[in-house]
Design a protein around this ligand. Structure first.
Ligand SMILES: Cc1cc2nc3c(=O)[nH]c(=O)nc-3n(C[C@H](O)[C@H](O)[C@H](O)COP(=O)(O)O)c2cc1C
Length: 182
């Protein structure tokens, strides 16, 4: 993964902490990682953790002051060789599928060049996962060819329920990203 530029989108679920190790694993493999967090994600993990782990500034605000003449969401979208959203909430999946661009992460995803793949690692409660609206959105996204869903596992979920919804293992996510880049 030497020199691969990975845009890591982190959304607001308990599994946000897993993205910390994930960013580290990519860096160990020689990739560069820039993290975009949703406002909800910052309630679970601090941007500082990702800044320390990746050596890059973390962004969450679409109106953040950047370099003059640079539009942050477009610059991030052009920079990425691949975008990975891990964990991906039901909310961000719905937003991507409907073309909503109302925060930095969803706007960057909308602005990605069509050739840039997007890997999505959902994590949520089992009933959210089974919700036919979510499943329909995932099928729609998968059908577009650009979006790739890394299926969650079955198991004991953070909320105490048992079922599918647990984010895939980090090793599975890293391998899926490698395959998409190959
Ligand atoms: C303790 C807690 C845990 C949550 N875990 C998840 C989760 O694992 N998956 C999910 O889709 N939503 C989860 N949510 C709900 C999201 O945080 C909520 O839908 C939020 O609007 C998502 O915003 P975002 O997609 O912009 O990050 C959780 C909320 C709380 C309070």
């Amino acid at each position: 993964m030497n020199g691969t530029q990975i845009l890591l989108g982190v959304t607001g679920g308990i599994a946000a902490y897993r993205a910390c190790e994930l960013s580290r694993l990519f860096i160990k493999e020689g990739a560069m990682v820039r993290v975009v967090m949703t406002a909800a994600a910052t309630r679970f993990v601090t941007p500082l953790s990702f800044e320390a782990l990746t050596g890059n500034a973390v962004h969450s605000d679409i109106f953040e002051e950047g370099s003059p003449g640079e539009v942050l969401h477009i610059a991030l979208a052009k920079w990425a060789h691949i975008a990975l959203i891990a964990p991906a909430t039901a909310n961000i999946i719905g937003k991507i599928a409907s073309g909503t661009a109302d925060d930095l992460l969803s706007t960057v995803v909308m602005a990605l060049p069509q050739s840039t793949p997007v890997a999505i690692a959902p994590a949520m409660n089992v009933e959210m996962w089974k919700n036919p609206i979510l499943q329909k959105k995932l099928s729609y996204l998968t059908g577009l060819g650009k979006y790739h869903v890394i299926s969650p596992q079955e198991g004991l979920l953070a909320c105490g329920d048992v079922g599918r919804g647990k984010i895939a293992e980090n090793e599975t996510i890293v391998n899926a990203v490698k395959e998409l880049l190959a």
